[in-house]
Design a protein around this ligand. Structure first.
Ligand code: PLP
Length: 464
């Protein structure tokens, strides 16, 4: 067909704007947005005609222009950040947002956000308050520290500590503790950004008290201990515990800083896991300043918590850098609420999702996996579905080497490739993120809540 004839069939902007569908779009989303999508879509049709598509196809495109435009405009308004189901078994999955907050606390956080709060307002005095006031006392009570504050994340916390206490001077740190956390976060690089100079001591596997002692000079401003949170050096090793480092720090009048990585208040050993140093242990061993993440094993919002001696914390609060790294009101609200749960130490593991998932027994996961398996079998006809043992992990650079015996629902489709199923699952109404191994899709049930079972079974039923 004559191309010019096809061009003429493309409706004029004015007539498209008269269209019922487009009119209601304009009402909802505004003329500017609709016009820009409309122009883009009509240009795309022109382009197709120029590239000589068949006239049937061009006419079909022209016919469906209002619907195409509506779809595109509506997609612009769909939030891109969505809830997903974590079926990977990695509890602190950094790509999936790390720690899920307890539901009640998350709801309260949102409600604090939709109105004004006393974020930096002291209701007693009617004067300016501090955003840290809301959780500082709680943190002190839980950790035994004199003072506390929080910034955006633990990387920021470490940077603020070093910038405040050792800018332009030296900080002693063991070569066995120069951690890379991932996402380009390396302890030496953060230290450099803070303006502090690194005085590395010891070797990768062995650092002794003497090494620290020999490194102290007039330039030294602090001793730093970093918890090797995501790896473990085993075999012929030696490192110096905080309480021994404290003796050197005291002799020379230096602050002892400890970066704990994951902040735990609960003694995980009591629950059969390997010992993870708690915040209170670090403080009582003599650390003058400790820092840790809010969204690792603590199970709260993203934050970098700093606790320790008041003289140092006060200096950090006054450092202008803390203004650049400060936490927002949502985080303040969530952090206070989550920390409160730790006041009841025995109940915290039941109430905080991260701890609950971490401490669930193998038997309990298996029972739940059998239940999910039965529900999926009820909906799915085109795949073999079974329960198999698997191993979960804490993730997020926590509890290195700790594997948790778990159970997975294993799906082997009859007429679809495993990778195609995995892709389908990512595109479901609630995306399900699983793992592929041994030519099957595996859903580790440790990180899946019972409340999602029905949705998972239903959605899989539509695909298989
Ligand atoms: C995870 C980790 C950090 C970084 O914490 P973020 O909260 O992710 O910024 C710093 N130090 C150690 C030892 C860690 O394990």
């Amino acid at each position: 067909m004559d191309r010019n004839l096809l061009y003429r069939k493309i409706p004029k902007v004015d007539s498209l704007l008269e269209n019922e569908t487009i009119r209601s779009l304009t009402e909802t989303y505004g003329i500017k947005t609709v016009m820009s999508v409309l122009r883009g879509e009509t240009d795309a049709v022109r382009e197709m005609i120029r590239n000589e598509v068949s006239s049937e196809e061009a006419e079909r495109k022209i016919q469906s222009l209002p619907e195409t435009i509506a779809e595109k405009v509506e997609r612009l308004y769909e939030p891109d950040v969505r809830r997903v189901i974590n079926a990977t078994g990695t509890i602190l999955h950094t790509n999936l947002g790390r720690a899920p907050l307890p539901e009640e606390q998350a709801l309260k956080t949102i409600s604090a956000a939709s109105g004004y709060t006393n974020l930096e307002y002291n209701l007693e005095s009617g004067k300016r308050g501090e955003r840290y006031d809301h959780f500082e006392k709680l943190l002190c009570r839980l950790s035994g520290a004199e003072a506390a504050m929080a910034v955006n994340n633990n990387a920021a916390a470490l940077m603020l500590i070093l910038h405040t206490l050792a800018k332009g001077k030296e900080v002693i740190v063991s070569r066995g503790e120069l951690v890379e956390i991932g996402g380009c976060f390396r302890i030496p690089e953060v230290m450099e950004l803070s303006g502090a100079r690194l005085a590395e001591v010891g070797t990768t596997n062995k650092t002794r008290l003497r090494d620290y002692e020999n490194a102290v000079s007039e330039e030294t401003r602090a001793i730093l201990k970093v918890h090797t949170s995501n790896y473990r050096i085993i075999g012929f090793t030696e490192s110096v515990p905080a309480h021994e480092l404290k003796t050197i720090a005291e002799t020379h009048g230096l602050p002892l800083i400890e970066d704990l990585g994951s902040g735990v208040f609960v003694d995980l050993e009591k629950y059969g896991l390997t010992h993870e140093p708690t915040v209170q242990e670090s403080i009582s061993a003599g650390a003058d300043v400790v820092c840790f993440s809010g969204d690792k094993l603590l199970g709260g919002p993203q934050a970098g918590i700093i606790a320790g001696r008041k003289q140092y914390i006060d200096q950090m609060k006054r450092n202008p850098l803390s203004r650049a790294l400060r936490i927002d009101k949502l985080t303040v609200a969530a952090l206070e609420l989550v920390l409160m749960e730790y006041l009841h130490e025995e109940k915290a593991p039941e109430r905080i999702p991260v701890l609950k998932m971490l401490l669930e027994t193998e038997e309990s996961v298996r029972v739940r996996a059998e239940k999910l398996c039965g529900m999926i079998r009820g909906e799915v006809s085109d795949a073999a579905v079974s329960v198999e043992a698997c191993l979960s992990q804490a993730g997020g650079g926590s509890l290195p080497g700790e594997v948790l015996k778990s159970a997975a629902v294993v799906i082997r489709p009859y007429h679809m490739s495993v990778s195609a199923l995995e892709r389908e699952m990512r595109h479901m109404r609630i995306p399900v993120i699983g793992r592929i191994a041994d030519d099957a899709v595996r859903l580790d049930v440790r990180t899946i809540g019972d409340g999602d079972f029905e949705a998972i079974a239903g959605m899989l039923g539509e695909v298989l």
